[in-house]
Design a protein around this ligand. Structure first.
Ligand SMILES: Nc1ncnc2c1ncn2[C@@H]1O[C@H](COP(=O)(O)OP(=O)(O)OP(=O)(O)O)[C@@H](O)[C@H]1O
Ligand SMILES: [Mg+2]
Length: 374
């Protein structure tokens, strides 16, 4: 009998427990649904721009273009700037929140900032070009007083032009290293792609950043994407690029030749550049970076084989066989020859490895050529 009553109690306790837990689940569901319901009841907020700040009141611009003087929620007082994006209540137009996602817009996330460690010795050939860059970029950055004494203004920047892989980026990094300047790299084709509608602002911020981190060198790669001569500016995308370019020119016009910011542009397509970019006082120093000749190829090869473990390699033959190769391609044959040796379980790289690697890089070059022009 005792056994039976105990089991009855057990049943009661067990069912109590399950009712309690069910109750918990239901309560949680109610809270969840109430929250959801509240969200449905809320009116959507409007995203606006801060146009001006007057004491503790703010002038906002609505998406329809109308401006209003409005109140700010306490937690945002003193934390807003002109051009911030904010959320406002529909009825009162009070600012209740700030859009922080524009953090991703931060110019420092867009450009590459570095202190390169390329030295002049890492560059084969290009002797005249290096001399000119030293005169035009290095000297004004390191010894501005010379120019003041003589009474001339150095160029604000230079344009490096020439085929792919010929050492343009390498040169720009080397001069940044030799002047201990901050190297700010911008790819012009990305200016209007990453944050649509913000290209002009990015340009402004890039120059501002360069001034803050001075001495600095702004390196604009593929500058033709920003500054190519446009026949017509029909589409909104083209107008946007045009606006970005105008901002770029005005920034360039705005800085002093002897300020410690210099600009280096690079392009493979000098033929399409807008002459406005090359006008006196802008990027008026053009430096051609051509493919290396025989002597220069030898210098470049020597740089890239410096740390390689070679066995009976005929350097003269390599130089002859790499005609029309760029510096980048010469580097590629060295790396490839090393891989061929590794595949054959060797630690040393021999002449045959190079012969094979030259064949491979040349056939890649030709197939690139065919796919570009064929
Ligand atoms: N003159 C050179 N001396 C030594 N190495 C070179 C030379 N030119 C190119 N290289 C090698 O090729 C690599 C690529 O060169 P770089 O990026 O400077 O070419 P680029 O002219 O900027 O090309 P692109 O027009 O494609 O941007 C360099 O990092 C370097 O290893
Ligand atoms: Mg480059």
């Amino acid at each position: 009998m005792e056994v039976n009553s105990r089991s009855y109690d057990d049943v009661i306790t067990n069912s109590n427990l399950s009712i309690e837990s069910e109750n918990k689940v239901l309560k949680a569901t109610i809270i969840h649904l109430k929250n959801e319901l509240n969200k449905f009841r809320k009116k959507p907020l409007i995203l606006c721009h801060v146009k001006n700040i007057i004491d503790d009141k703010i002038i906002i611009k609505l998406p329809n273009g109308n401006n209003f003087l409005v109140e700010v929620s306490n937690h945002l007082v003193g934390k807003l700037k002109v051009n911030d994006e904010v959320f406002v209540e529909q009825r009162s137009l009070m600012i209740v929140d700030k859009l922080e996602s524009h953090k991703s817009y931060d110019v420092e996330n867009f450009v590459i900032i570095e202190k390169p460690n390329i030295s002049w010795e890492d560059i084969g050939g290009l002797k005249e070009q290096i001399m000119e860059i030293k005169e035009v970029i290095e000297l004004p950055l390191t010894k501005p007083h010379i120019f003041e004494k003589v009474g001339i203004e150095p160029p604000k920047g230079i344009l490096l032009y020439g085929p792919p892989g010929s050492g343009k980026t390498l040169l720009a990094k080397a001069v940044a290293a030799s002047t201990k300047a901050t190297f700010i790299e911008v790819v012009a084709s990305e200016l209007n792609q990453k944050y649509i509608g913000e290209g002009a602002k990015l340009v402004k911020d890039i120059f501002k950043l360069a001034k803050e981190r001075a001495p600095s060198i702004i390196f604009v790669d593929e500058i033709d994407a920003l500054a190519s001569e446009r026949m017509d500016v029909g589409t909104s995308g083209e107008r946007e690029v045009q606006r970005t370019f105008m901002q770029f020119l005005s920034e360039l016009d705005g800085f002093e030749p002897l300020s410690n910011v210099k600009l280096i542009g690079a392009t493979n397509r000098i033929d399409v550049l807008d002459p406005a970019l090359l006008r006196p006082g802008r990027l008026d120093r053009l430096i051609e970076i051509d493919l290396p000749n025989e002597r220069e190829r030898e210098e470049i090869l020597k740089i890239h084989i410096k740390n390689m473990n070679l066995n009976n390699v005929d350097l003269n033959q390599l130089v002859k066989n790499t005609e029309s190769f760029s510096g980048a391609e010469i580097k590629a044959i060295c790396t490839e020859a090393g891989y061929i040796a590794i595949r054959k379980n060797r630690y040393n790289v021999n002449n045959n490895d190079f012969v094979e690697s030259i064949k491979k890089v040349r056939s890649e070059e030709q197939s690139d050529h065919i796919s570009m022009f064929g």
